[in-house]
Design a protein around this ligand. Structure first.
Ligand code: GTP
Ligand code: MG
Length: 139
């Protein structure tokens, strides 16, 4: 059983896509075990994307993620990390296949609607950034 952190990014929130995106991931057969709406501050955005701190787009990415409320969720299930990455599609919506979340809804390489953890190890670190133990559910 794996867990993955999903963020519904500002561009998707602002276009009313939170339910659609959550629904697509539930329809993969994954279980929603944590969920919250929050407006990330810059410090949280910087920690979440720390791996990209030397990239030219880092400041823009941090400003973008902290520009508006987002929804953070944890999905759990068999091969959850890979299943979610597949459903999300390529980073650049222009390259993402139709039928993927980014292929259908992403606006550009930065405003690409959703984040999904890229490994089980990353997922555990990311989940700890957004959720405490008592915000995670088993049912
Ligand atoms: N402006 C800009 N943003 C980028 C670029 N590449 C990536 N990003 C943004 O940075 C985020 C993290 O990049 P990556 O971790 O390489 O891509 P990813 O794993 O598909 O996306 P996440 O699930 O959000 O981590 C992307 O989702 C984009 O929002 C770029 O070349 N320019
Ligand atoms: Mg990534």
């Amino acid at each position: 059983m794996e867990r993955s952190l999903v963020l519904i990014k500002p561009d998707a929130m602002q276009r009313g896509l939170a339910g659609t995106i959550t629904s697509r991931l539930e329809n993969l057969g994954l279980k929603l075990v944590a969920m919250k709406m929050l407006h990330p501050d810059k410090a949280l955005a910087q920690r979440h994307y720390a791996i990209h701190k030397d990239k030219p787009f880092y400041n823009s990415l941090v400003n973008y993620i902290s520009s508006a409320p987002i929804i953070a969720c944890v999905f759990e299930g068999e091969q959850a990390v890979e299943a979610i990455r597949k459903a999300i599609g390529a980073t650049d919506p222009a390259q993402a296949e139709k039928g993927t979340i980014r292929g259908d809804f992403g606006l550009d390489i930065e405003k690409n609607s959703v984040h999904g953890s890229d490994s089980t190890a990353t997922a555990e670190e990311e989940i700890k950034l957004f959720f405490s133990q008592d915000e995670m559910f088993s049912y």
